[in-house]
Design a protein around this ligand. Sequence first.
Ligand code: NAG
Ligand code: NAG
Ligand code: NAG
Ligand code: NAG
Ligand code: NAG
Length: 741
Amino acid sequence: MEAMGVAAALGLLLLTAGGSTGDEAREAAAVRELLVRLLGPGPAAAFSVSVERSLATESGLDTYRLSGGGAGTRVQVLGSTGVAAAAGLHRYLRDFCGCHVAWSGSQLRLPQPLPAVPEELTEATPNRYRYYQNVCTQSYSFLWWDWARWEQEIDWMALNGINLALAWSGQEAIWQRVYLALGLTQAEIDEYFTGPAFLAWGRMGNLHTWSGPLPPSWHLKQLYLQHRILDRMRSFGMIPVLPAFAGHVPKALTRVFPQVNVTQMGNWGHFNCSYSCSFLLAPEDPLFPLVGSLFLRELTKEFGTDHIYGADTFNEMQPPSSEPSYLAAATAAVYQAMTAVDPDAVWLLQGWLFQHQPEFWGPAQVAAVLGAVPRGRLLVLDLFAESQPVYVRTASFQGQPFIWCMLHNFGGNHGLFGALESVNQGPTTARHFPNSTMVGTGMAPEGIGQNEVVYALMAELGWQKDPVADLGAWVTSFAARRYGVSHGDAEAAWRLLLRSVYNCSGEECRGHNHSPLVRRPSLQMVTTVWYNRSDVFEAWRLLLTATSTLASSPAFRYDLVDVTRQAVQELVSLYYEEMRTAYLKKELVPLTRAGGILAYELLPALDQVLASDCHFLLGSWLEQARQAAVSETEAHFYEQNSRYQLTLWGPEGNILDYANKQLAGLVADYYAPRWRLFTETLVESLVQGVPFQQHQFDRNAFQLEQTFVLGTRRYPSQPEGDTVDLVKKLFLKYYPRAVSF
Ligand SMILES: *[C@@H]1O[C@H](CO)[C@@H](O)[C@H](O)[C@H]1NC(C)=O
Ligand SMILES: *[C@@H]1O[C@H](CO)[C@@H](O)[C@H](O)[C@H]1NC(C)=O
Ligand SMILES: *[C@@H]1O[C@H](CO)[C@@H](O)[C@H](O)[C@H]1NC(C)=O
Ligand SMILES: *[C@@H]1O[C@H](CO)[C@@H](O)[C@H](O)[C@H]1NC(C)=O
Ligand SMILES: *[C@@H]1O[C@H](CO)[C@@H](O)[C@H](O)[C@H]1NC(C)=O
């Protein structure tokens, strides 16, 4: 079979999961309602939206068709599904109206009358699926969302053509019913679940107990949200992926069933066994299919099903045995528990395990997992394909269908970063791989709300066979749409960012922010980057030059803050290098100068700039947490969950600063005090003539970190100060320094 043939055949096999023709009217209505939310009722009336299944290609691929527009004529948007129609609408707004739909502030100024589509335009996607989310996005980004925020996100998903996404909320409420039915006590269940901010890892069996228990109100609220999320996703014709049983069970199951065969896994992520080392049910134990089907039956009774289920047994955890027969049995057990309840079940597996522990997952081990499920029934997410694609070394997942996913972001970190060239080429290369079984493209960031340009490109690629021909031209038009005006300096700034921070490749290329700004200081910090810092400083200057024209654009102000933030991140590295050099040479004056500027001036100035934009406020993140609570005790508990996630991650800084963010409040009260302590400790060391002791410093730093986490200070949840004034002030003071290093 030639390359496209294999994927198309598998795509067809998976098509059974799609919606039926009877839903056309419902899907069209959902897109019309989206239009009203996006543009308001007046402008929305200038569009006519319909859904016709027959528009799909012969092999069933999503298609949209645009026509009409111009004076006195409505714009006609036709889609094979609601999602396809929404993607067509987005295409029209983007390419004909120059609009931009964005997390950081949409630009939706419509030309009047609406531009005509000169020739009927029909576009089909090359793949069955456009996937969205990572199990961790649920914890790093969606954690405290209410329905209003979810609604916005599902609109964003539809406009970007996403037709497959996790719907992960509320699963603990279902598990609670199952465990109670199995004879566990409420106290045992409460002891098992993690707190809200760490559920992603509880669900994968990495953690239990830590930062829990979940209050009853949490379960109720998540059940309510999940129903609304599912209704809305389905109304667009999206396929929500529900969770299934992967094999992890609470320890208390062994109290109720003393004969049960469980294996205790090793510890995870520097957590000890009080919080990790979860119990895995043996695949041949009769309880395996029982627990698995109890859960799936209860879940689908509550929520219905679209027949695709996610489960990850060995995510970042070494299996108890590397015997292929064991791995095959463990995999088959998960699949059989699914099909016992839903004979049409397709299993969505995160392929992260294969690339995270390549030394364990040799060819025999990978083959055991991939071969344990009938071909076409295991849908693998090649999760980090822009950097370490797994399909290339597994013969396209040995014939199982896979989705080429860009992971891009770890921990929801800020920090300008992207591998745009690799993202741009990746899906096409994967499609042309010999006997490719690629059936989709996807975005699987651990956290969202940063580096929007990367997501905009990836979303477009979901509807294209070929890479964007000229990324320079593409990013130029991206900037013009984003700000609503073409501005030479702003566009030049974006081309500089493209060739530097967004053209990442090689060793130092990290989606995870390791800037000294957000890390506990030491004398061994790495400051090398994959780009020329001058490009960032020059982009900063150019954006500032454009402020007089563009300052009224919210996305522009966001970018001005974000690039200033990045410039400060670069400056921190440069001042830190000065400090280290001075310290090693035992030169007190340059040490105090560099350390003094960094800790007492630069970071407080950054905090002020961040405080001027609603997207960079610790206060609004913590306020969301508090709003999710039904009592002051709960509000305090939720806030502490949030503070832990952003900083220490575990009780002792177990995964310290992994989910670092650069937020107003966090910079002033967490990062800056740590840098002040470091500066003072080094100065003290030179003055007293005693060596710097990293261990002692770490202990003292931990005290500061913990004080922040346990603190109760309230931070503003509304922006304060004028962004442009604050950026100018910072620029005038530091730009000369930036370019003279
Ligand atoms: C795990 O660490 C916590 C502190 O973080 C401690 O209280 C607990 O005793 C430890 N448990 C084990 C099993 O070592
Ligand atoms: C328990 O499960 C393991 C792993 O599947 C298996 O090797 C072992 O034989 C089982 N033990 C018993 C007593 O059934
Ligand atoms: C592709 O599949 C065909 C038919 O199964 C096989 O003969 C051929 O060797 C495969 N090509 C590669 C490169 O694996
Ligand atoms: C990115 O870098 C590569 C070399 O590593 C270069 O060939 C390519 O042109 C660069 N792309 C952009 C958009 O600057
Ligand atoms: C970085 O860019 C600046 C300004 O364009 C240039 O002077 C410098 O040589 C570049 N540095 C490197 C290492 O390429």
